[in-house]
Design a binder for this molecule. Structure first.
Ligand SMILES: [Zn+2]
Length: 72
């Protein structure tokens, strides 16, 4: 079993999370189009939606990417 290589998108997402979200944020998700990030301290409808790819950016409609997920 080899480790799954990180995609470029994942790396950008993590970078955005590091720049904008507090370091102790439990859940951080980003829009790679707008380069915007949001964060939550608790798992909720929004974080679950992002994880399953059902939540899109309110500005551009792009699918949001989970950058930091405490649950995983
Ligand atoms: Zn967007």
């Amino acid at each position: 079993m080899s480790e799954t290589p990180h995609t470029a998108e994942e790396q950008v997402a993590k970078k955005l999370a590091a720049m904008f979200a507090p370091s102790d944020a439990n859940y951080v998700f980003v829009c790679l189009e707008c380069r915007t990030s949001w964060w939550k301290q608790r798992d909720c409808k929004t974080t679950r939606g992002v994880r399953s790819g059902k939540t899109t950016c309110g500005d551009c409609g792009n699918e949001l990417t989970m950058a930091i997920d405490k649950k995983q």
